[in-house]
Design a protein around this ligand. Sequence first.
Ligand SMILES: [Ca+2]
Ligand SMILES: [Ca+2]
Ligand SMILES: [Ca+2]
Length: 448
Amino acid sequence: MLNAYSSDNSNNYITFQDIHVKDSNGDGVRYYRCDYGNVRRVRVEFCNMSGIRYVQCHRYTPTGDLGGDRLSIIEYCEVSGDNQNYIAHGNQGFAMGSVGGSHVWVHHNIMHEGYGESIGVYNNTSLPDQGWATVEDNIIYDMRKAGIYIASGRDTIVRRNLIYHTGNSTYYLTYANGRYWGGPGLGVCNEIGDNQNYQSNNVYFYDNLVTGCHGGLGISSQWPAGEDAISNIKYFNNTLVANNINTSIGLGGRAAIQAGFGNEIKNNIFWLYDSSVEDYQFRGYAPYSGITWDYNLWSSDPEIGCAYSWHCERVKGANDPYYALPQLTRTSGWHNVSVGEITPDDFTLQSSSPAIDAGIDVGLTYDFAWNTVPYGLGTDIGAFEFTNLDSDINDDGKVNLEDFAVLATWWDNKNACALSDWCGGADFDMSGTINFFDLAYFVENWLR
Ligand SMILES: [Ca+2]
Ligand SMILES: [Ca+2]
Ligand SMILES: [Ca+2]
């Protein structure tokens, strides 16, 4: 097997940049046991194995935070393939990712139309000091297997990624409930096999956007029940729309997700978009008692239609808002979209959304759009805080005296704005009253 670009056995500090890789019989770009290997602005397509692959890199990295010693970066790359014999097909075949290594930062890449996982972090826990992968700000569409998949991974952050499927049937994986579906969006697993004896732990998924996938988010384990398997997995503030199964647990069977292991699923939006087909909010296989669910906004009762499952009542939280549509900016047309038609703005909240201020502080300080969290009276559910930062209060395309008149009407009216219309839209910081922040923000945008 030939790799197009390969750095092997301690050839450290090798950067592949501004190249076009096509039709490789092996991987597109491959590092084997190398540190500081960076891939930047590389276009990879139609490769037989993986697009960009790190194998056992940073194996002996000292304990430290991401951004510390021996970091490798994949950034501003595009990876794709259009034939099942090509990209990312088969075990450990993925668009980009790491196997048996650590300290990899994957950000601002586009991956599409491939047959494996789009981004995979595998088995980065095989030595005591390994871990530390960050996967952020990537766009992924039409991957036949998972969007982002963490298998036996540790100390990994997955945030602000957009993952979706178009209506391109070439990349469908499954036929279920009267429709064809692509692979799941976000997943974490302990696979038995090459990775056995390693546990997935400390994996954080937050502020991700997932639509049109077979599964939205999932936790699964192939370990026998009773084993210490998966711990400290956090799914926080993700927005999931129109997936066949919005959330699933233990699809690998034999799930060993035990009590007291710190797995949490909070502040997520689960919207079952299409009532004409049998989609599921949740599917699970016992036991999964080690997961805490709360403060999630379900568009419908997750117990309803909970076929082939047990304990569906467990996914309800004591503090969930009442079942309701999330009232996102995009209200229709989530299926069979064109490439580029789905954007992060589609997932933002309308001013009347029940997700506003209905979440819980889970330690996040910024949302998908880098707005401060919490904004207004509390943390919102989903990947975006509602901010109300629009100086054109009356929506006539100008910021002028007419808008100021609305603001002046409500000036210093104590707590009068604790309404969904925020004093006619003039309470920009959603503090409940018109105050100097609102005036300053308005003046800043005056006559723009
Ligand atoms: Ca808020
Ligand atoms: Ca105006
Ligand atoms: Ca205010």
